[in-house]
Design a protein around this ligand. Structure first.
Ligand code: G3P
Ligand code: CA
Length: 250
């Protein structure tokens, strides 16, 4: 099981250092910067429409408020998700998964789709997202599905076993070897700024046969260190800043 081209850099939420996160504009900026892959978060509206959005609530990244889980898609469409970031992005919308995939395919990008369910929607979010993806996405070498939610990854394994999965970790989980094995993951995606994820830990992931990706790395010096430990790729808000580092030998 291998990705033909392991991404050395993955743009976070598109390229969210330069455009509002998880929007079509952010994906387009990543493509313009020459970033080969993007990471996006998918969750469901109240009426089960898969949309690209990070938070449980609408408050931070839109002009609305309340929980995504309680919001109908038609009500989401009246919100804008750009002016919190900069006035020049006023009017930008929360994209559906379908709209985001269209832009990704148009720009021939790879995708790390994070299943980021609203609480209690772990199974449905994976089911709906993968159901849509299975109808449109045909290059499994350019797709990595990840989640912090083990139930979501289990669902992905059940319904699309051939698509590669990444186990997300924001802290070292004591049972990670069992979890990774049980979920048959391809990669461990970990918080690359935490001291617990040190060289020894990264080498343990590699020794167990997993690819490793570290988030969120905006400091070129940190990227250099992680690459020198054998990390395969890093997620960055500003992928262009890391690009030169990713090509040098470590
Ligand atoms: O997938 C890596 C990273 O995006 C996970 O954390 O909170 O940015 O979604 P978060
Ligand atoms: Ca994410």
């Amino acid at each position: 099981m291998a990705l033909k081209n392991i991404p050395r850099i993955i743009g976070m939420k598109g390229a969210c250092g330069y455009a509002p996160e998880n929007t079509l504009e952010s994906i387009k900026v990543a493509a313009e910067l020459g970033c080969p892959w993007v990471e996006l978060d998918v969750k469901l509206t109240k009426d089960n429409v898969p949309v690209i959005f990070h938070d449980e609530t609408l408050d931070r990244c839109t002009n609305g408020s309340g929980n995504m889980a309680d919001t109908l898609f038609r009500d989401l469409q009246s919100l804008e998700a750009g002016s919190w970031y900069a006035d020049s992005f006023a009017g930008v919308k929360i994209p559906t998964l379908e709209e985001a995939i269209d832009v990704i395919l148009e720009h021939e990008l790879g995708l790390n789709l994070e299943i980021k369910p609203c609480p209690g929607r772990e199974v449905e979010t994976a089911e709906v997202a993968l159901d849509y993806l299975s109808r449109i996405w045909d290059d499994g070498e350019k797709l990595l599905i990840s989640s912090f939610q083990h139930v979501s990854l289990e669902t992905c394994l059940e319904i699309s076993p051939d698509w590669k999965r990444g186990l997300l970790m924001d802290e070292v989980l004591k049972n990670w070897p069992d979890l990774a094995k049980h979920l048959e993951v391809f990669a461990v995606n970990f918080n690359g700024n935490l001291p617990d994820f040190n060289r020894e830990m990264v080498e343990a992931f590699i020794d167990e046969g997993y690819k490793t990706f570290a988030y969120t790395i905006n400091d070129p010096a940190r990227a250099k260190t992680l690459y020198s430990w054998g990390v395969d790729g890093v997620f960055s808000d500003t992928p262009d800043v890391i690009e030169g580092i990713s090509r040098t030998r470590h």
